[in-house]
Design a protein around this ligand. Structure first.
Ligand code: AMP
Length: 139
């Protein structure tokens, strides 16, 4: 996998404002915050996309996220926030090392703004798709 800015941060070659670190995870403040406290949580494992992560890294991130959110709520005094995790350029991924954004939402003007173009669910199609997905996720 090509080197990214986050690999350089992990190697200590680029400075960052670390807010959390353990054996598998590093979290630091985003350099272009959408709101005060905007934090990135990354696995130390070098993978571009979420679906490529090992169970070990995924579990470690799952443990770390709520803990970091609690700390952010205390420090920013903002208890509403979005978790954003982009995969692929079309999905707005700019850095190809897995990362979760924690973006505080202090008011309507700051933080993440989300477009949500609602469709309708075709229940026959949904039933087939869900069955196929159950097969794949349970194997
Ligand atoms: P994404 O569009 O999900 O790939 O987001 C990449 C994020 O990485 C952006 O929010 C950038 O502001 C952030 N970023 C890029 N370089 C750095 C850096 N050196 N330190 C902290 N955050 C960074």
């Amino acid at each position: 996998m090509p080197d990214t800015i986050f690999d350089r941060i992990l190697r200590g070659e680029v400075p960052n404002h670390t807010v959390y670190e353990d054996e598998h995870v590093l979290a630091f403040l985003d350099i272009g915050p959408l709101a005060k406290g905007h934090t990135l949580v990354i696995p130390k494992e070098a993978k571009a996309h979420l679906h490529e992560l090992s169970d070990e890294s995924a579990a470690a991130i799952g443990r770390a996220l709520p803990r970091i959110c609690r700390a952010l709520i205390e420090v920013t005094d903002v208890d509403q926030y979005n978790i954003l995790q982009n995969n692929g350029a079309r999905a707005h991924q700019a850095v190809f090392h897995v990362h979760f954004h924690i973006i505080p939402k202090p008011d309507a003007a700051q933080g993440l703004k989300v477009g949500w173009p609602v469709g309708t669910l075709d229940h026959d199609e949904a039933s087939e798709m869900a069955a196929r997905l159950r097969e794949l996720t349970q194997s």
